[in-house]
Design a protein around this ligand. Structure first.
Ligand SMILES: [Zn+2]
Length: 253
């Protein structure tokens, strides 16, 4: 059972997957919601509790941020925690129908919630985003985002807009952020990214035309970097698809 405490996850030793007996017998946690209270369809997934605080931590317990935790765990644990975390946040943050203000009740047939008053159905929000490794003459396009407070560089990413295909979003984001055109856009893989609810679609692409020019608002600097340069740079977290795209480039060059 996962224990979520505000923006942290309770870990005991090296695991966050605590037994239900242990969690419920702790006694010094005020439990706000427990997923076992939900209809049967929701029980197939990993159970979690939402608590408003942990008074005393045991010697081998720690409260980790989601980012700290995801960087330290394996892929199967990452999947479980990402899913439970997003469902928990949705229950915590959205309690009423956005049409009529009625109360939402969890569906008994799927992972939706239905308004008790008007019957409208709602599902946990997901925001699709694209992230692309652009190659040119054996070099990889890396950019620094103005929102980052360190000297990190990464590949270009952005949210998909209504009415767009993923490939169109790839081309538009790159055009908007660094003013170049790309071609040979190929799907690489995807990754749930719960900060707060993205679904990242990774692509590779090749430079086609244009002169590299950061937009100055979202991107402050950008360049095509050699494998030697990249190995010396401050790169995204290991758990991210951004890092996987960069490592994929390095493996092939
Ligand atoms: Zn309603």
């Amino acid at each position: 059972m996962l224990v979520f405490c505000k923006d942290k996850i309770l870990c005991k030793g090296t695991t966050c997957n605590l037994t239900e007996d242990y969690v419920l017998s702790r006694g010094n946690m005020n439990i706000l919601r427990i997923s076992r209270d939900l209809p049967a369809v929701w029980q197939a997934d990993h159970p979690w509790v939402d608590v408003d605080g942990v008074e005393r931590l045991a010697l081998d317990e720690r409260l980790l941020t989601l980012r700290e935790f995801l960087n330290a765990c394996d892929d199967s644990t990452r999947r479980i925690v990402t899913r439970a975390w997003q469902f928990r946040n949705w229950f915590r943050d959205v309690k009423f129908c956005s049409h009529c203000g009625g109360k939402l009740s969890p569906s008994t047939t799927d992972f939706g919630r239905k308004c008790d008053e008007c019957g409208a159905m709602f599902y946990a929000p997901l925001s699709p985003a694209v992230i692309t490794a652009v190659e040119h003459k054996g070099r990889l396009l890396l950019a620094h985002n103005t929102a980052w407070h360190n000297d990190r560089y990464s590949v270009i990413a952005g949210f998909v807009e209504p009415g767009e295909t993923l490939e169109e979003a790839v081309r538009r984001e790159i055009r908007e952020e660094v003013a170049i055109e790309v071609n040979d856009v190929k799907y690489f893989g995807s990754q749930p990214w719960p900060f707060p609810n993205s679904l990242m679609f990774g692509f590779t692409a090749k430079y086609a035309s244009g002169e590299l020019k950061p937009d100055g608002t979202e991107i402050s600097s950008a360049g095509f970097c050699s494998p030697e340069d990249i190995r010396r740079m401050n790169l995204p977290d290991n758990a991210s698809i951004a890092r996987k795209l960069i490592e994929n480039f390095l493996r092939n060059h």
